[in-house]
Design a protein around this ligand. Structure first.
Ligand code: TYD
Length: 231
């Protein structure tokens, strides 16, 4: 099973992903961008290397390349993964500067998410948790941390990102892929949950745990080899 945590920087998704991993230790935790040797290089080009400039289109392709490598190396339909971010971040952060239609963007994302040598399927999280929190609180929480190139774009940019996350979490049709596309069908089957980022971690875990357990039970019915993933 594949679970993703999404939200703007400072919303608490990294902490939550780690805490959820303690409850479900048989899951592997990954981070986007990153998680592979190539991904770590891409991460530094995109986020920390201030000498190399990356134009909007190149930025999009680099996030997609990072994801394609993760699919090729780590994420398989039967792997159990908790991911700190996913392709949802690409829609939230890159769509406003992508210079292409949302449909074109989804086609590119779908291509990056196809399983190598099997273009009939693409891999989408079974559950996506959106942690929603206002920009001021997020910025306050990360005030002592050195900002990456994307965080440095400032409040207005992050407000648009938050708004896009919120539309996606409500499965706003205007932002979703064509329902008959591979990725459209996968997204229709995945669960989106909005979490209030102001809540303390222990309260959030009380909400998250039963959601994961219920989904795992369903998945186990479909594929019994997953038995043992609920502690
Ligand atoms: P993240 O790893 O969450 O930050 P931190 O290391 O501070 O916890 O942040 C990665 C940055 O990359 C974040 O600013 C969001 C951005 N991002 C995109 O713009 N598009 C994407 O597709 C992804 C995965 C991340």
């Amino acid at each position: 099973m594949y679970i993703a945590f999404e939200g703007i920087d400072g919303c608490g998704k990294t902490t939550l992903a780690r805490e959820v991993n303690k409850i479900f230790p048989k899951f592997e935790i990954i981070k986007e961008p990153g998680g592979t040797d190539l991904g770590e290089k891409i991460r530094s080009l995109l986020l920390t290397n201030k000498k190399i400039s990356v134009c909007s289109k190149a930025e999009l392709f680099l996030f997609l390349a990072d994801r394609a490598q993760l699919i090729s190396e780590k994420i398989r339909p039967y792997n159990n993964i908790i991911s700190d971010r996913s392709f949802i971040s690409t829609i939230a952060y890159q769509s406003m500067n992508a210079m292409c239609s949302i449909n074109t963007l989804w086609i590119m994302i779908e291509y990056a998410l196809e399983i190598p040598n099997n273009n009939l399927f693409c891999i989408v999280p079974n559950i996506i948790f959106f942690i929603d929190l206002d920009i001021e609180t997020c910025m306050f929480r990360i005030k002592n941390k050195s900002k990456d190139k994307i965080e440095l774009r400032g409040k207005e940019y992050l407000e648009t990102v938050r708004y896009t996350f919120s539309r996606l979490s409500k499965k706003d049709e205007m932002l979703l892929p064509h329902p008959q596309s591979k990725i459209g069908r996968e997204i229709a089957a995945s669960d989106f949950h909005i979490l209030d980022g102001r809540l303390p971690v222990n309260k959030l875990l009380k909400i998250i745990k039963p959601i994961i357990e219920a989904k795992l039970k369903l998945e186990i019915k479909k594929s019994p080899e997953k038995l043992g993933f609920i502690e």
